[in-house]
Design a protein around this ligand. Sequence first.
Ligand code: 13P
Ligand code: SF4
Length: 367
Amino acid sequence: MNVVQAIELPVSDYQDLSPEELFERTVAAKKALGDQVLMLGHNYQRDEVIVHADLRGDSLLLSKLAAERSQHPYVVFCGVHFMAETADILSRTKQTVILPDMAAGCSMADMAAIEQVDQCWEELGRVLDVENEVMPAVYVNSAAVLKAFCGEHGGITCTSSNAKAVMEWCWARREKILFFPDEHLGRNVANKMGMPREEMIVWDPFMPYGGNTKDAIRKARLILWKGHCSVHQMFQPEHVAYFKKTYPGIKVIVHPECHENVVNQADLVGSTEFIIRTVKQAEPGTSWVVGTELNLVNRLKNEEIDKQVFFLSPTVCRCATMYRIDGAHLCWCMENLAQGIVVNQISVPEDEKVLAKLALDRMMAVS
Ligand code: 13P
Ligand code: SF4
């Protein structure tokens, strides 16, 4: 009997294929795989990718789906690296998670390295009884090792949709929160909860004691890591002012990763899923300006034709890393999978997985 050994198909073979061919071949590979594969798509993904997703959503919803859908041996995650890692941490042992392009990272997640967080914890420990006074809370936009850090120190993860509930959980248990890596999400939620400015400090990982005096550290209740999203920092208060002046009655809806100067002027603030749901459910004839990633806003604009939908920034701001997942990479990983070859597997080391899951499970319990 002749046994034909499958050979990995190179991604370069896909780069010059037409969108139509990529679409048809991806559909065919998906059909051949059937229930073997579950394709998850984050709301920021390109149209050519999201069209194939079985389920789409924000990072919280996708984390929950990854945890629930244990019947599919393969999960193809169309999103960024930290999301695929989360899926791997929450998935059942026999599930294999695939990220179509390994270069799909997150610039915010890269702003906190474990060595810097360890150093911060050690410096805080010189001033405070850190294990009893400080609760570490990490935004899911972070490497698995940071989620593991939180798991190990009694801490928790959060997403943009449950950050308030998570912060309440933290303060019910410890006096202070170390919130990383997004300074803006932490501050925006604390502002909404009425926290005085004097109780928040910013931790710059490149400065001794984060750039703070020991006295300021003792007084703080919220320690905000100096990190941000390169996409959401593009939105400015003058953009909000322009739309409010030019389109009286327009509603401004933004993501909580935006600067507080933008968030404080917006009518509504929430996760990508909240933004989509709110605009979709709005009255026909209403006008909306949206401050989040461009792919999501363009899709809303095209789908909600009975409403006016604008993008908040005058410049194009796409998440360059989300954009790495294109039709070619998706087709490439699906066709390889259809012939039994796993490319780009995301596999979190087992010890990290156990600790990171503790922090994620605590979050799931409050979500
Ligand atoms: P959501 O949790 O709102 O989907 O946001 C994820 C993200 O990366 C926003 O930049
Ligand atoms: Fe990361 Fe910002 Fe892209 Fe979200 S939009 S994945 S926070 S770089």
